[in-house]
Design a protein around this ligand. Structure first.
Ligand code: TXA
Ligand code: MG
Length: 333
């Protein structure tokens, strides 16, 4: 059993934050909310503690972690050089869901970097996260707080179900605001490359730093180790249907109902009533899908779905990141 502490996200109790910070300083693991998803954190400067994260998640050891900072001073302890583009992006998007890959100081956070000469860093926009980092007074390495390969956790209950007994404490700050992971931008190359699409779009980044390359080529996939592994998947098989195509959605669901329970995540209401069909209806926009898709996948999994049918949304704005995660869940990328 792992203790889960419920905190007021706007006014987290000092006592709870100090307790959590103490665990971090002693080399323990604490799960905490960010504005994107829950992370499971350790002192980024303590290699033994960071290695415990890889064990707890069953994470491949070649997949580096994001290091979370609460101040510019903390960032300067970690990276060799802050390019001008990074300055502009931090000014515009930090604290917020943007991770920057920068050149690492040779002696800083090498366990989190999985030995790479670069380091992924971000400043989260969440009071609990920021106060935890500040109080621990050390950068915190934190991947999403799920068992490797499973959907990222957007509620403390998801962390409990994946990591209870494997970590020391969970800070429960309620449902996360955004629900899809941060955008990962590599600034060690020119032009910069989006390694993982996220809430902050390529267009928004290009608006600040000029040319930004898209993520989806083999070469780029090879550069962000995490994007090579199967990701964000429920246990059930996932099939994607076109947006708004009622006939296609119905056919896909009905075609599988004989073989077992079917879950449906959609925005177009579908009039099939069947004891082996359960649907989660979301709004037809990136905000709604981002916030609820992982929760819906987990809910349909625990209900016993053998197949989850997901109706696509438009790939514009943050819809690109949402569809990237849905395709990965379906094993298409
Ligand atoms: O929103 C988020 O980013 C959440 C919250 C907790 O901050 N964190 C998160 O971490 O999603 P994780 O570990 O699940 O994903 C980190 C991604 C992986 O795809 C990893 O390969 C990539 O960032 N990454 C980390 N360090 C890197 C590096 N030095 N170079 C390239 N990619 C890196
Ligand atoms: Mg993850």
């Amino acid at each position: 059993m792992t203790v889960s502490l419920r905190l007021d996200p706007e006014q987290p109790s000092r006592e709870a934050i100090e307790w959590a910070a103490g665990i971090i300083q002693q080399g323990g693991l604490v799960a905490f909310p960010t504005e994107t998803v829950y992370g499971v954190g350790a002192d980024a400067l303590n290699a033994a503690a960071v290695n415990r994260i890889f064990d707890a998640k069953g994470r491949p050891s070649d997949n580096p972690l994001i290091v979370h900072v609460a101040s510019r001073k903390m960032l300067d302890r970690l990276v060799a050089r802050v390019p001008e583009k990074a300055e502009r992006l931090m000014e515009r998007f930090w604290p917020g869901p943007l991770t920057l890959v920068l050149e690492r100081k040779a002696d800083a956070a090498s366990a989190a970097a999985a030995g790479l000469p670069t380091l992924a860093v971000r400043m989260p926009q969440n009071k609990i996260a920021l106060e935890l980092i500040r109080t621990a007074n050390t950068p915190i390495a934190a991947p999403s707080a799920n068992i490797s390969g499973r959907p990222s956790p957007t509620r403390a209950e998801h962390v409990v179900s994946d990591l209870s007994g494997r970590i020391d404490l969970i800070l429960d700050g309620g449902e996360t605001r955004i629900g899809v992971e941060s955008t990962v931008l590599d600034l060690t190359t020119d032009p910069a490359v989006v390694l993982r699409p996220g809430w902050i779009t390529q267009e928004e980044l290009a608006g600040v730093v000029g040319a930004v390359e898209a993520f989806a080529t083999i070469r780029e996939l090879m550069r962000s180790p995490g994007t090579r592994h199967r990701h964000y998947s429920p246990r059930a098989r996932v099939v994607i249907t076109e947006t708004g195509n009622v006939a296609h959605i119905k056919e896909t669901c009905l075609g599988s109902l004989g073989a077992g329970a079917v879950g449906l995540i959609c925005h177009t209401p579908i009039d099939i009533v069947h004891h082996q069909l359960r649907s989660v209806v979301l709004d037809n926009n990136a905000e709604s899908y981002a916030r609820s898709i992982y929760d819906a996948m987990r809910e349909l999994d625990s209900w016993g779905a053998q197949l989850i049918v997901i109706e696509a949304i438009a790939e514009e704005g943050a819809g690109t990141a949402v569809m990237d995660r849905i395709r990965r869940a379906a094993g298409e990328e």
